[in-house]
Design a protein around this ligand. Structure first.
Ligand SMILES: Cc1cc2nc3c(=O)[nH]c(=O)nc-3n(C[C@H](O)[C@H](O)[C@H](O)COP(=O)(O)OP(=O)(O)OC[C@H]3O[C@@H](n4cnc5c(N)ncnc54)[C@H](O)[C@@H]3O)c2cc1C
Length: 406
């Protein structure tokens, strides 16, 4: 088999696949290889997320996140309609249940206006009950453009379209990037399945992104830290208590949105995710542990600075990870009628969150060019929503396709 490719994308998550797709559409004659170390697509963040198409309401106006979330949301909805990917723009509410949350809610509303999120409105208790009859709150933002989607289905469709455009492009599953090399003037990649050759590499390795960047000789001032999120689901008998998506008012000091209710495209309703420091980057149980991951995290000064700043929240999250009752208490703030027997544990995901040396979480998306390669170093939520727009940024940065200006 010819192992020479015009472009190699490392990582078969949503960001890698969206990038490969956009590249293939721009250069139909070029051959792409996508290397994915797992034996199926979406094994990590992409297949373990909440399945939400975010509106872009939360993010700092003008940031990469805000711009690419809004742009990516519009692109993904067009794509899903055109290619039959299961989705539903069902809308959501961000629900304030206490007076003290109102200034934060107002701040989110103003950001939403600055980010030009279509159709947002502040609503009171009666309108809240009309939308979500079982929830209780004093005020909420209704966000009509938020939706849900089958992200793994989206990824499979991207691969199908890449192959249709150029049958010589290939997805290599169970193929782990080990290192790059240069031999007789030729650039190559060593994997567990032999060598590949290319001039151009795009690294979209999610939870491993910092490690692969360092292997390439880059020195990013960050380390990926995993934050596990556990999900419960509502039992069949309790599903009627949630009609759409219900989110709490998030803690502004924390980059996560708080445990929320999400109706999924298959009709189930999930509750979560919490956010617990993970002792294993790709570990999905509260007991998962990797010596290498833990050692690296705990010898990094940023981790301790982060811990000391958020010690209280961290402990609460840790306790909640082991207590169904505490998890239920957080959910009951929004739906007081929820009972212990209404929820059951279902799955978990781990967020790849870049952390700086000084303990600051890298809030925005971070993509860097290093030699002939582009590295996606921080692509946390809403990167699934934004994936098609992030792909445009990557191809622009790599010098392949200039980004269209709005
Ligand atoms: C719990 C949770 C909930 C979320 N909810 C949402 C949401 O509702 N909406 C939203 O927009 N975003 C959400 N996100 C964020 C979103 O899922 C991620 O931002 C997005 O999936 C990142 O995609 P990725 O391709 O960068 O990473 P990943 O999906 O993690 O993919 C990276 C891939 O690289 C592969 N890889 C790593 N190292 C190598 C190697 N050496 N060789 C080959 N392959 C390698 C991995 O196996 C993996 O498949 C959520 C994330 C989590 C974890």
């Amino acid at each position: 088999m010819d192992r020479n490719f015009d472009l190699i994308v490392i990582g078969g998550g949503i960001v890698g696949l969206a990038t490969a797709y956009k590249y293939q559409m721009a250069f139909p004659g070029h051959r792409i290889a996508i290397l994915e170390k797992e034996d199926h697509l979406g094994a990590h963040q992409t297949g373990r997320n909440s399945g939400v198409i975010h509106s872009g309401i939360y993010y700092k106006p003008g940031s990469f996140k805000a711009l690419n979330c809004t742009n990516g949301r519009k692109q993904i909805v067009v794509f899903a309609k055109e290619h039959g990917v299961a989705h539903d723009i069902c809308g959501k509410i961000i629900l304030a249940t206490e007076e003290k949350e109102l200034p934060i809610l107002q701040g989110i509303f103003e950001k939403g206006q600055a980010n030009q999120i279509e159709g947002i409105e502040m609503i009171g208790p009666d309108a809240i009950r009309d939308i979500e009859p079982f929830s209780r709150g004093i005020k909420a933002i209704r966000v009509p453009v938020t939706g849900i989607i089958d992200y793994v289905g989206f990824c499979k469709k991207l691969v199908e379209l890449i192959k249709a455009r150029n049958p010589k492009s290939e997805l290599f599953l169970s193929t782990q990037f080990l290192e790059s090399f240069r031999e007789d003037g030729k650039e190559g990649i060593r994997t567990n399945k032999g060598n590949f050759y290319t001039q151009h590499k795009i690294f979209c390795a999610g939870l491993q992104s910092d490690r692969l960047a360092r292997k390439e000789g880059a020195k990013p001032d960050l380390k990926i830290v995993g934050f596990r999120g556990d999900y419960y689901e509502l039992t069949e008998e309790a599903r009627h208590k949630v009609k759409h998506l219900i989110y709490p008012v998030p803690d502004p000091d924390f980059p996560f949105l708080g445990v929320h209710f999400t109706r999924m495209v298959d009709g189930s309703v999930e509750c979560g995710p919490n956010a617990v420091f993970s002792f294993k980057r790709e570990g999905y149980s509260p007991k998962s542990f990797s010596f290498k991951d833990t050692f690296e995290s705990l010898t990094y000064p940023g981790t301790w600075k982060l811990f000391s700043r958020h010690a209280g929240q961290g402990m609460e999250e840790m306790k909640r990870a082991f207590s169904k009752k505490l998890f239920l208490d957080a959910l009951r703030k929004m739906i007081p009628y929820l009972q212990m027997e209404d929820i059951r544990p279902v799955r978990a995901g781990v967020r790849a969150q870049a952390l700086k040396h000084n303990g600051d979480l890298v809030d925005d998306f971070k993509i860097e060019k290093f030699g002939n390669s582009v590295h996606v170093l921080n692509a946390p939520s809403p990167a699934a929503t934004a994936s098609l727009a992030i792909a445009d940024e990557i191809l622009d940065m790599a010098g392949f396709v200039p980004k269209q200006k709005d």
